[in-house]
Design a binder for this molecule. Sequence first.
Ligand code: IPD
Ligand code: CA
Length: 266
Amino acid sequence: MPHDALLTLARDVAVEAGELAARRRAEGVEIADHKSSPVDVVTLADRETEHLIRELLADARPNDGFLGEEGGEAGGSSGLTWVVDPIDGTVNYLYGIPHWAVSIAVVEGDPDPLTWRALAGCVTNPVTGEIYTASDAGGAFSGNQQLRVAEPASLAQSLIGTGFSYDAIVRGEQGEFVARLLPLVRDIRRFGTASLDLCAVATGRLNGYFERGLKPWDHAAAALVAREAGAVVTGLGGAPASAEFLLAAPAELASALERELANRVA
Ligand code: IPD
Ligand code: CA
C-alpha cells in the first residue's frame, strides 16, 4: 500500500491521542478559552491532546512540518506537513455527545488545501472505537473493511450532511440556504463533527455533505477518506475544496448538489 509507514503513524498517534482525550472527557471538561466567537470554545483537553500529537509526530519524524487547530504551526524540511485537529466536534465533546474525533493527515507541499496533496490520514471516534484510514491511491478503510460510498441516489432521495459556522451572521445565511434545500432532499443532518461527516459519506451513512468555512484540519484526513471511497470532493465551480466551500458526494449527486448550491451559497 502506498504511504504505508505514514498511514501507520497517523493511525497509531490518532488512537493514542483519542485515548487521552476520552480519559480527559471522563474526568470532566473545562473550557480554557474562546476563539473566533463566544460559542467557539477550546478546552484544556484540546490543547493537551494537540501537544501530545505534536510530540509523538516530532519524535517519529523530526523533519516534517506541523499545522494544528490549537495554534501549533511549524515548518519542516521534508516537504511534508502533519495537519491535525486534536478534537474535532469540540462542542459535542463539551456536552458529552459521543460524536467527536481526532483527525490527523500528512500532506505534501504547502499546507494549503488549494494546492496540497494529501498522502495519508486517519480519523477516529474514540467513543465508538471507529477508525477511518486512507492513503493516496491506497483506498479508504474503517478498521479492515474497505469503504465505498452509497449507491447513487437522486437529490430527492439523498440524506445530506452539513455544518454551521461559529459566526452568527454566517450561521443565519447558512440557515436560510438550508431552508431552501430542505424541500429538495430526503433530509438534512447536522452531526457537529466535519471530519466524521466526510467519513459518513465514505461509509454511505450520508449520501453527501457540504459546508462553507471549514479549516484545513477539519477536512485534511477525512476528505482523503471520502475521495478514496469514491466520492468527489470539490469546491464550487471546479475549484478545489477549501475554506470557501467543500462538497463531497458520489459524482452524479455532487453535480446535482452543485447546481443547487451555485449562486445560492451566501
Ligand atoms: C467544527 C466541527 C463542526 C463544523 C465546524 C467546525 P471544531 O470543528 O467540525 O462540525 O461545522 O465548521 O469548525 O471546532 O469542533 O473542531
Ligand atoms: Ca474541527
